[in-house]
Design a protein around this ligand. Structure first.
Ligand code: PMP
Length: 385
């Protein structure tokens, strides 16, 4: 039992209380057995069912077509940064017999980290857009991005930048993304927050711990054709790094996400969260609520422009998940966070790299919670303007 938290932390983040209650029970005794879900073999029948049911839920929620496959790995988003490069270059070598390169859009700290990691591992990385000079406060239209070179395996974007609060609202069309270049998206902080057309992506990767689960599980949705890879021997000949086995997508998929030990309790939580999402009307329903939450919060902040400022200067790309804002000085910011805490509004401090405030309003944060925050935003403004 707990009082419903009004918690706006960026991740790990809030989960529905009913899910945690069920999970807590299942951790001790699962489906009538005298043993809990975290204690059984990842290859046992109940564990395999958890994996299969979770995959089925994701498939249903996102209308994932037959051309695509869902799988899970440990390691979080950061492991995704490395594994994406390893695997997609191995696929590109299979398709073309060439080493190839990758195009990265740098629109905030997470895409920057991912581009740096691909480069660090020895891959050829081309930055096609970089908004650092605009303090990551906008995403320019694709027509202004550097054209993608031929011999490019994939275009990488971070669909929602958790620290800087910018979110893509559309995906590139054929006029920018030429055929054969795969679209790869990190959706760690907005997976299942809005409707997407999965068929348009080569690969979607997301750590579970922000919008839909606990840390420890990373979700991958991949176009099946990308699971074909050049052999280790060919990769060596082409001077392309070979894929570490725990991150080797074809091996993980062949073993139904249990090539090595999958954190089954974490997967079970994801199953329960997605069950609940389906019950609530699926992604269209949650998207609507998420839009409403973001709308009322941004509007409240914009009503007091002398007090609150929005570092995301382009309103079109403001994130519906991570609402970042600032006050005129750090003393006021500290006061805001302290007084919010007194009202039991928690987790509002911005990322340590940028300061300021950040309200993360993921799926589990209710409209009522956001309304309380809006009320506080208004009251604080009246008292301090
Ligand atoms: N991508 C995004 C968009 C993130 O927000 C984060 C974590 N904050 C990561 C990747 C890294 O995830 P992890 O800590 O699970 O490695």
């Amino acid at each position: 039992e707990r009082e419903e938290p009004n918690y706006f932390g960026a991740g790990p983040a809030l989960l529905p209380t009913s899910v945690l209650q069920q999970a807590a029970y299942d951790l001790i005794t699962y489906e009538g057995d005298n043993i809990g879900i975290g204690e059984i073999s990842h290859r046992s029948k109940p564990a395999i069912k958890v994996i299969d049911d979770t995959k089925a839920n994701l498939t249903k929620l996102y209308n994932i077509p037959d051309t695509h496959e869902v799988f899970f790995m440990q390691g979080g988003g950061t492991t995704g940064f490395s594994s994406i490069a390893y695997n997609l270059f191995a696929n590109y070598a299979h398709k073309t017999g060439k080493k190839g390169k990758a195009a990265y859009a740098v629109t905030g700290s997470w895409s920057k980290k991912s581009a740096e990691e691909a480069e660090r591992l020895g891959f050829d990385v081309d930055i096609v857009v970089n908004t650092k000079s605009e303090k990551y406060g906008t995403i320019p239209p694709y027509s202004e991005w550097k054209p993608i070179d031929k011999d490019t395996a994939y275009l990488y974007v971070c669909d929602n930048e958790t620290v800087h609060g910018v979110e893509f609202k559309d995906i590139p069309g054929p006029d920018y993304l030429s055929e054969g270049v795969e679209l790869v998206a990190d959706m760690s902080s907005n997976i299942l927050s809005k409707q997407i057309d999965v068929g348009k992506y080569g690969l979607i990767m997301a750590g579970a711990q922000k919008n839909i689960g606990l840390a420890g599980l990373t979700i991958y949705i991949i176009k099946k054709s990308l699971l074909e890879q050049a052999s280790d021997e060919t990769l060596r000949q082409l001077n392309i790094p070979i894929v570490p086995i725990a991150f080797h997508y074809p091996t993980v998929v062949k073993n139904n996400s249990a090539y090595n030990t999958i954190p089954i309790f974490t997967c079970h939580i994801l199953k329960l969260v997605t069950d609940k999402l389906i019950e609530q009307g699926g992604v269209p329903a949650i998207e609507k609520i998420n839009q409403e939450k973001a709308k009322i919060l941004y509007e409240a902040l914009q009503a007091y422009p002398d007090l609150y400022s929005l570092p995301v200067t382009n309103p079109k790309v403001r994130s519906n998940m991570n609402v970042v804002f600032r006050l005129p000085n750090e003393e006021l910011e500290a006061k805001f966070i302290k007084q919010a805490g007194e009202k039991k509004l928690a987790g509002l401090k911005g990322h340590r790299s940028v300061g300021g405030m950040r309200a993360s309003i993921y799926n589990a944060v209710t409209l009522d919670s956001v309304k309380l925050l809006v009320e506080f935003v208004n009251d604080f403004a009246k008292a301090n303007s």
